[in-house]
Design a protein around this ligand. Structure first.
Ligand SMILES: [Zn+2]
Length: 150
């Protein structure tokens, strides 16, 4: 308590036994400095005071996670910036590409950097990185890490 003394007739948040949620209550009775009986301002029911603390903390956490998309926005915008960059890279690379030389993409083929593949879904892509069992291919809609042999 922050020094502010409560007294009967004051408003206080309490868990309401009828509403089953934390609602605004009017203090009905007090013993010393603690609230003992309250009346719900929503349903009008009088009952013993139930501190809302535990539920309140939970609510704060929930509302914080709801506010999280604000923070998640930034990586998304940088990701789209990267996607735009990759698209430009792809366009530049495809200008000198010969699609007839593109090899059809299959999971069990081995690829060489700077070779073109033709993927059934992503279309033409330029192999940019080759790592064990994986190949990173630059497609028109961005880089994708796909399976490969070797
Ligand atoms: Zn109530």
């Amino acid at each position: 308590m922050s020094g502010k003394k409560l007294s009967a007739g004051d408003f206080i948040d309490s868990r309401c036994t009828r509403c089953r949620v934390v609602t605004n209550h009017t203090i009905v009775a007090m013993v010393e400095d603690s609230v003992v009986r309250v009346q719900c301002n929503t349903c009008g029911g009088a009952h013993n005071y139930h501190a809302p603390k535990a539920q309140k903390a939970e609510r704060v956490v929930k509302s914080r996670s709801v506010a999280a998309p604000k923070a998640a926005k930034e990586p998304r915008s940088t990701r789209s910036k990267a996607a735009i960059l990759e698209q430009e890279q792809w366009l530049a690379a495809s200008r000198d590409a010969d699609p007839t030389r593109a090899i059809p993409y299959t999971m069990d083929a081995a690829y060489k950097v700077n070779s073109w593949v033709n993927h059934p879904i992503f279309g033409f892509g330029l192999v940019v990185t080759v790592v064990p069992n994986k190949v990173e291919i630059l497609f028109q809609d961005g880089k994708k890490l796909l399976r490969s042999k070797g």
